[in-house]
Ligand binder design. Structure first.
Ligand SMILES: *Cc1c(COP(=O)(O)O)cnc(C)c1O
Length: 408
C-alpha cells in the first residue's frame, strides 16, 4: 500500500472555473467542457493548503505522485486507483545534447510506459468518485493504454478509438488491458468526433483530453515534481512535445499554485512547445501571433503522440508559451529520428520519437542562440522508447562455422 494514501489527508478543492470566461462551477459533480465549450480548471484554497502542509512535511513523504494529495482533486482516498505512479528521474545526456546542463525527465518509467498514466490515474479516480460506469476516449495510443489499465482496475467499462495506423503495440496493449479498442480510418480528432457523438447520445462519458477537468490535474504533477527536484528553483527552460498540450498547461498551472502557496518565487522557465513540422498547428498560430490554432490538414509524423491536428486548449498552450517568454518550435522527422538515435548510441538512453523531438528542438535552439549552453534545461521524454519501432539489427552468427573473433 502506498504510504501517501492515508485517509487523513484532505484535498483543498473549492470549485471549478471556465478557462476562457472564469465562470464558476461546482466541484464534486460530473462536468465535461464549460458552457463556453472550453476546458474547466480545478481551483483550490491554496492558503489553507499552505497552512496545512509545509514544504518540509512534503519532502518527508515518499516521492510518488500521491505525495501531492492536498493539491489533487480526489475527495475520498478510497476512490484513488494506483499502479505505482513513481517520481520520474532526471537523466543528463551530455553527449547527445552537447551540454552538461540538459536533463531528460524520463516519463517512460511510469505505469503503462508513458506520462499518460499521470492524467488518466486522476481522471479515472474522479470518474469513479463521481459514479461514471462507462468511458470512451480517442487516442494516439498511450492515453488509451493508460485509460484501459486504470479503468479495468476499478471496474469501469472502456471503449477506445484510435487512428488505424497507431503503433501496433499500443493497440494490443489497450486490448489486453481490458478495453474495447477500434481502429478508425482517420486522425485523432476524427476519433474524438465519434466519442463526442456517443457522449451526446448518453452512451458513455467523454474522457478526451481537456474535455473533462481532471487529466490536467494529474499532468500538473510534472510541474510540482520538477519544482521539488530542482530544490524549489525552477529550471531555465522546458521543452515539451505538444499534442493536446495538457502537460504544458498543467505544469504552468502547477507553478502558479506553488507560487500562491509561497513555495517558489516568480521565476518561470521559458516553455517551448515542440511539434513535428508535419503537424504543427500551435507553431503556426504562435508565429502568426493569433490566440487560436486552425486545424492542421494532412497531419503526418513518426511522433504519433504529437500528431494532434487540433487542440481544444490551443489558447491555453499559446498563452503559457508567450507569458513564459518561450516559443513554439517545429522539427522535421529526420531530425527527430537522428536525435533518438544519437541519444541512444551516445548516452545510452532510448527516447520515444516525441522525446527525440524535444532533443532535436533543443539542438536547433542552441544553434540559433535561443538557449545558452549553461542554462538549465529539461527535455520531456514522455514514453518509453521500447513502445516504438527501432532500426533493424540482424547480424547473425553460425556457431558451427569458424568464428572470426577479430571481426565481432
Ligand atoms: C500524449 C503524448 C504527448 C503529448 O502530450 P500532450 O500533453 O497531450 O500534449 C507527447 N508524447 C507522447 C509519447 C504522448 O503519448
Amino acid at each position: 500500500m502506498d504510504a501517501n494514501l492515508t485517509a487523513d489527508r484532505p484535498t483543498f478543492v473549492t470549485h471549478l472555473e471556465c478557462s476562457l470566461t472564469g465562470e464558476r462551477y461546482e466541484a464534486d459533480t460530473l462536468h465535461g467542457l464549460s458552457r463556453a465549450g472550453r476546458p474547466l480548471l480545478v481551483r483550490y484554497d491554496l492558503a489553507a493548503a499552505a497552512a496545512s502542509l509545509s514544504r518540509d512535511a512534503l519532502e518527508a513523504r515518499a516521492t510518488d505522485l500521491w505525495r501531492w494529495r492536498e493539491l489533487l482533486p480526489v475527495r475520498d482516498t478510497a476512490d484513488v486507483v494506483s499502479l505505482g505512479e513513481i517520481e520520474t528521474p532526471l537523466i543528463p545526456i551530455p553527449r547527445s545534447s552537447g551540454s552538461p546542463n540538459v536533463l531528460v525527465k524520463d516519463e517512460g518509467r511510469l505505469p503503462t510506459g508513458s506520462f499518460k498514466a499521470r492524467g488518466l490515474v486522476m481522471a479515472v479516480a474522479m470518474a469513479k468518485e463521481l459514479g461514471v460506469t462507462r468511458i470512451a476516449m480517442p487516442t494516439n495510443g498511450n492515453a488509451g493504454a493508460a485509460l484501459a489499465a486504470y479503468a479495468t482496475r476499478v471496474g469501469i467499462e472502456t471503449i477506445v478509438f484510435c487512428p488505424a495506423d497507431t503503433p501496433e503495440i499500443n493497440v494490443r496493449e489497450i486490448a489486453v488491458q481490458g478495453a474495447r479498442v477500434w481502429r478508425v480510418n482517420g486522425l485523432i480528432d476524427d476519433c474524438g468526433a465519434i466519442v463526442g457523438k456517443g457522449a451526446a447520445e448518453g452512451r458513455w462519458f467523454d474522457l478526451s483530453t481537456l474535455k473533462e477537468p481532471y487529466r490536467i490535474e494529474g499532468k500538473k504533477t510534472m510541474g510540482l515534481e520538477l519544482a521539488a527536484q530542482f530544490g524549489w528553483e525552477l529550471p531555465d527552460a522546458i521543452f515539451y512535445p505538444t499534442g493536446g498540450g495538457t502537460g504544458l498547461i498543467g505544469m504552468w498551472k502547477a507553478f502558479d499554485e506553488l507560487e500562491a502557496m509561497g513555495w517558489i518565487g516568480a521565476k518561470r522557465p521559458r516553455m517551448y512547445a515542440v511539434q513535428a513540422s508535419g503537424c504543427a498547428p500551435i507553431v503556426r498560430a504562435f508565429e502568426e501571433g493569433v490566440e487560436h490554432a486552425e486545424r492542421w490538414e494532412d497531419a503526418h509524423t513518426v511522433a504519433a503522440g504529437i500528431r494532434v491536428p487540433r487542440a481544444v486548449g490551443d489558447f491555453l498552450i499559446l498563452r503559457a508559451v508567450r507569458e513564459s517568454g518561450g516559443k513554439a518550435l517545429g522539427v522535421g522527422d529526420p531530425a527527430i529520428l537522428k536525435a533518438v538515435s544519437d541519444c541512444a548510441t551516445k548516452d545510452g538512453l532510448l527516447l520515444c520519437p516525441e522525446g527525440g523531438a524535444t532533443l532535436a528542438a533543443y539542438r536547433e535552439a542552441l544553434n540559433t542562440g535561443e538557449v545558452d549552453e549553461d542554462e538549465r534545461v529539461v527535455l520531456f521524454n514522455c514514453a518509453t522508447g521500447l513502445k516504438y519501432p527501432m532500426p533493424p539489427a540482424d547480424q547473425a552468427l553460425d556457431r558451427h562455422a569458424p568464428i572470426d573473433f577479430d571481426s565481432l
